[in-house]
Every structure is written in structure tokens, then in C-alpha cells.
Write a protein that binds this ligand. Sequence first.
Ligand code: ACM
Ligand code: ZN
Length: 690
Amino acid sequence: MKHLRFTLIIAFFAIVGLNEASAQYSQITPAPYSIERKDTDDMATFDATQELKLYIDADSKTAERIRAAIATSGLKVKEVNKPAKKAFLNLVIDPAAVKEAEGYHIATTPEGINIKAHSGAGLFYAIQSIRQMMEGELKGRWLEGEIYDYPRFEYRGILIDISRHFRSVEFLKRQIDMMARLKMNRLHLHLTDAAGWRIEIESYPRLTEYAAWRKQATWKEWGYGERGHVEMGTEGAYGGYLTKEDAKELVRYAAERYITIIPEIEMPGHSEEVIAAYPELACTPRPERQEDLCIGKEATFEMMQAILDEIIEIFPSEYIHIGGDEATKRSWGECEDCQRRMKEEGLESVDELQSYMIHRIEKYLNARGRQIIGWDEILEGGLAPNATVMSWRGEEGGRAAAEAGHKVVMSPHAYCYIDAPQDAPPTQPEAIGGYLPLEKVYSYDPTPKDMPEEVSKYILGVQGNLWAEFIPTDEHYEMMLWPRAMAIAEIGWSQQQNREYSDFRRRAIEIVERMMEEGYHPFDLKNEIGERPESLQPIKHLALGKSVTYNLPSRYYAPQYGAAGDATLTDGLRGTWTYADGRWQGFLGRGGVDATIDMGEVMEISSISADFMQYCGPGVFMPCLVEIAVSEDGENYTKIADIEHEVMVEDVPSFKNFGWEGSVKARYIRYKAHRSKFSGFLFIDEIVVR
Ligand code: ACM
Ligand code: ZN
């Protein structure tokens, strides 16, 4: 088998669009490792729409999965029991020919299609590529040629949070279908969290009889409200859970599509619902409203181990995710049981106490043939010897773990947290905050060039995380997932040299169209607005580069949101959709914004304005009043504007201009923005003077 070099694929991309037949190959997402097509004058095309004689040389379980994949591929086939000579589709497992795990090779000749693969997964992925070629413009007629393909990373995953809002088996199957088409292979189910426990555990029935239900449907009412849980069957109770049979059905369905479901059982933090159902697992003396399990009490280990016994019986995944993130660690310091544990075990800090629990749970699972994976906080207090780390707070945790020889899945929030809005936030439904467009997700590289080989070899892959606090419906979940999860798929599968955003975006738009035809609800990528238009180009105006004095005696812009310091308000750079971009300047003090611009000389001025933003979640509000005054001498000011604004709490972010227009002569401009009754930040990007 020839191993084609990526130069071929680059040559291939260069001629995309020159003829339609080549476009057929360029529809494959994620972009394949290499494509070689017969580039002759006659450009023979193969007609894959004719009935093909299907021959599968694989074990019966694999053959069954491949037949099912072919049935949804658009190919018409008739199965035969030896390879045919004409109009054939031959599928063979041949690890000697295709060395890379999950890899495949497709060769199209005038007589038929030969597919070889390392394993059943490779055959399955070959069929997914062919499916995409069948769906394209030329409807199943493509040039003779070869595709050699295998993934860059072995772990290509998505997390779906079904704790904050429960989702049905049917919904999850639909996402599994889509993941499989994009050659993703891990579905991490966030099954447990404060808002609801979502998996039946026979030995602890109150987890689903009580901890799976709440009175309030929305996060604003529940998460920011009273919280708490209710008995199953209570009138209006909101929630749900997967029965063991449901979960096993999902595992089976995913496995048929070469996807492993990784269950996450959170410990010791994010466990408010467990404590609500079994208060005896909380630290004493105050069990009510705690989020962390007590690590001093043996009952905690008895329960977690019993739960894990049932979990490993349902989920064959090698990895069991044990959470480990964001424990408050508050109660452990004052709990007699935790203190006794620390003394007995010689633990010097609450970090070490958490680490004790993770070590113990790892040992328990290792003895049963499973491995633990946890969020990067499991590094604190010492990492368990065989643990794999999922790096979310950034990449540092992942790098540190890899340097210590641990396997790592990269999922840094700046690129992989697809719960942020993906387009202009004022146009999107309420979300957790931030702005994470497709292009930014796509730009992520889990093993950049500057990462030493001793580190990068431990990076298993990448995962996109869909946390669901603000995502109450199936349609909304799908909109947040797709197409950003396609970017995660391509990061995980395609060689970095073969990745190019504009080409990916073109393919993603086509897939989005197809998904809509099929009844999915992806974000309509072709109508994307993108980054805040004002921020795209520096602007020129009369105050550009002029000096600004802040009039408050103290506490003017907040140090972490100083942007370009005293130059910010006249540097010509307008802010993006997010306030932490180094362009927006943030003011936390009571006094708000009070800045004077010295224009250098008296001049004719016809407008003065500035934009503010509002993101209520993180406490960013509009001003309630803007005052503008001007002066020729810097001593005697004339007020020219008093702009009042009624500040209201709103679900969706907003941007608003506060300005004056008219005609005045001045050298000094004083722009004052007053904070409303809501305590929080004011953010302003530029005082524009014309
Ligand atoms: C996390 O986002 N707390 C893993
Ligand atoms: Zn305790």
C-alpha cells in the first residue's frame, strides 16, 4: 500500500473548483489524510449510483454494522459471497495494508470500489466518506482515484450535559448518528450534577426517585433560585433519568457506530443532588446545601463504589469519568470526619484530601479493569498514578499531566466550550456568556508545533463540551452542537497541514443544509454575522490618539480590564463581542466612567459618542445616565448632553451607543457615564469624536 504524502492533498485543494468531479472528493469531512485522483484528460468517472455487488470480508458482527452503514449511505447494493469482477464494492479488513488504527483506503477503478481497512471502524469510516460523496452535487459519480485516510488523534469526542436538562434516548441517538458521520468516536455523558442525577442506580434508588427531579425547569429559576429537589411524581416535577435499559440501548447503538460512551459520575464536588438524596454523605455539622461529598466518612466510599459497580456493568468503556472539578473544599476543613481522615492518612491539605479520594477510586476501578479520567483539578494534591486528565481550565493542566507521563484529552474552555454563543450574542438565545464562533473552535490545535514530542505523544485527542444550564430544548441543544462539533471532529481527525478554515466552512455549510433537510436544527452557518462589525477595522476620528485624563481620584478602570490603559478610549480600536478582548475598558467603581479628552486645540465638533455593552450574567450593565460637557479652556464647561437610560435585566446581551450630535466649538470633552442601581461593571471601548 502506498502511503501518499500530504503534498498530494494540498495539490488537490489547489484545483478544487476547476472541475466538478474533483469537488466530489472535496466534500469529505473531516478532511482526509490524502486524496489521489486520476488526473487525465478523459477524466473517467465512476458511477456509484448503479447497483453494486457488495462483498464484505470481515467477522459477522462487523459485517452487520457495515451493512447497516451502507443502508444509509445512498449506495444500492446486492451482497455476493465472493468478489465480483464488475460494478463491485469490496470491503476487506487488512491490517497489513492499512497500518493505522481506524484507517481505511478507498480505490475507485472503472470496474468498482475496493475498500481496505485496519479494522471494522476503518470500514465504517470509509462508508461515511462514500456517503458524503454520494450526497454531493454529482450524485454519486466521481473520478477514479484513491483516498488514504486515518485519524490524527484516537480520541474525538463531545460531552453532552444531560444533568442540567435531561434529554431523551432518541435525542442522543440522533446526535450519535451525526457524530458517526463525522468519524467521532467518544460521547462523554455528563450524567450527574447538582441539577439532576440521570442514571438509574438500583442500590441507591433515591438518586432517581428524588435527585433527578426539581420544581423549576429553567436554570434562572432553579440554579439562581432556591435549588433543591422534589419527589418523582410530584405535580409539575421537571427532570428524568436513563433507566439501565435505556443506557444499555444507547451503549449498543453507539457501539454499532464505533462510538464509546464514557459515563461521568461526579465526585467529590458537583454533588449537591447526591447529598440532597443521601444527606448522611455530607460533612457534619451542616449537611444542608453542601456540594461536596464528605471524604472522611466511609459511607461515601461505600456508596461511590456501589454506584461504580453498577456503572461499569452498564458501560463497557475503558474510561470512567469521575469528575473531580470545582469541589469547593469548604466543609472539609471543619468536618470532624474529614479532619480525622487527614490525620490518619497524613494529608496536609484539603487538596491532598481530594487526591486521597481520587487515588482510592482509581484503585477500585483499576482492580475492575477500568481506568479513570477526570477534569484537570485532579492534579491538585497529587495525580493518581494511572489517571488520564481532561484539561478544561486551559491547556496547562493537560501539559503538566503529559509531562508527568499521563494521558490527556484536551478540552480547553477558550476553544472547546460550545455552550457560549456562536454568533453575535445579541442575536443568539440566552447563553452562559462569551462568544465562540466556529472559526475560533476550528483554530484550536491540541498539539501545536511548540509542544515537545515527549508531551504531545500523551495527547489522546480533543473534546467539545456542551454544558446545558441555558439549553432547555432539543432544538437548542442541536443548534449549539452543530456545526461547532464538526470543527471538533476535524481537529480530531485531520492532519493539521490539511486543515484550512475557509475550505472547512464551505463543507460545513453544505452539511448544515443537509442536516436541516433531515430535520436537525443546526445553527444556520451561511447566515452567520460573525465578529462585531465595528471591531473589524480601526476607525479614524478627531480624538484619535488624543490624551485622556480620568477624573476620579481613585478606582477608575479595573486593572484586569484596563485594555490599552489610558490610551484605550482614543486608540481607534472598537471592541469585539467580548469584554475581555483588550479593547473594552471596564469600570467597577461607584463613580463609573469620567474621562476628559484634550483635543489639543479648539475645534468644531459635531458629534461625540461611545458604546457600552450589557451582559447581565457576569454583571456587566449599561449606564443609567451619560453626561457630556465641553470646554474651550479646560475650566469652564458647558453641558451639551444628558442621556438617560433605563437599565433592565435582560436575558440577551446588548450594545448601545450613547452620544450627542450638534455643533459646538471646544478643546476639552468630558464624558461621564453613571452606573445604574445594579452593581457591576461598565464597559466602554472608544469615545468617538467627529
Ligand atoms: C468544568 O467545566 N467544570 C469541567
Ligand atoms: Zn467531611
